[in-house]
Ligand binder design. Structure first.
Ligand code: TMP
Ligand code: ASP
Length: 237
């Protein structure tokens, strides 16, 4: 069993730890939540547990379809054992139904199906306010090579297909979600990292259109605990 070492990065939702093996990190999922660049803050008992569980299930699903992910196993209910990676500071967002920022920034109406799906890249930077970028800007900034960006796009679209099918069978629509990729500290390969949870995805009940994700916190749409519990329950079905 790996031993937890010093914290490498402490965020609001997660802490990343080194371990006694340099190729392995531990991610601890917290109960804290933030939205709107940290302007809205709260805490929800059990959220760390649910997000760790949901992420683990979805990483295992993706691995079973041949997607390379950082997931290795669980150390406890809130601690995930992962391959050590260096995160590429780009949020890869895939959109199937228009909602959220795309409807605020562009004349695209809420609820419109986006076929084919829309892939958006945002530069992860508090200082610059997470601006949208494209492949050329990412290459110019030295964030990644064009081939790596092409791979990330291809993987994101493949992941989308796998998740949409899996969630559809559980009565859930996937309007959009955010992925982060990293370079393995072992062989430099690009692998899926971070988390896949109601904090980083939009999940809608397919029948009622009800939000079952962090939008419930962002926009005070109802009881948050029941939302995370419901997603964990449906995903384990
Ligand atoms: P957006 O509509 O606010 O741009 O969000 C698109 C998707 O990305 C949505 O599923 C939520 C996710 N997301 C994050 O995971 N982290 C963030 O900081 C933001 C703004 C969005
Ligand atoms: N993830 C948050 C959001 O979705 C942003 C933040 O952490 O402030 O709005």
């Amino acid at each position: 069993m790996v031993k937890r070492g010093e914290a490498l990065y402490r965020g609001k939702a997660k802490t990343i730890y080194r371990t006694d093996d340099e190729k392995t990190f531990i991610i601890e999922f917290h109960d804290d939540l933030t939205a709107f660049d940290g302007k809205k803050k709260s805490s929800l008992e059990g959220k760390g547990y649910y997000n760790a569980k949901i992420s683990a299930t979805l990483f295992k699903l993706l691995e079973s379809h041949g997607i390379p992910t950082h997931f290795k196993g669980m150390l406890s209910e809130t601690e995930m054992i992962v391959d050590a990676v260096k995160i590429i500071p780009i949020e890869v967002i895939v959109r199937n139904i228009a909602t959220g920022s795309i409807t605020r920034r562009y004349p695209i109406e809420e609820g419109r199906r986006l076929v084919p799906p829309v892939v958006v890249l945002d530069y992860k930077s508090d200082e610059y306010g997470d601006p949208m970028i494209n492949e050329d800007i990412a290459v110019a900034m030295g964030l990644a090579k064009m081939e790596e960006l092409e791979l990330m796009r291809r993987l994101a679209l493949e992941i989308n297909q796998i998740l949409v099918k899996f969630l559809d069978e559980r009565g859930l629509a996937l309007p959009d979600f955010k992925l982060e990729f990293g370079r393995s500290k072992d062989d430099g390969k690009i692998i899926l990292a971070d988390e896949i949870s109601p904090d980083t995805c939009r999940f809608w009940d397919r029948e009622t259109g009800e939000s079952l994700d962090k939008d419930v916190f962002r926009f005070d749409k109802g009881d948050l605990e029941s939302v995370y519990r419901e997603i964990a329950r449906r995903i384990e079905l």
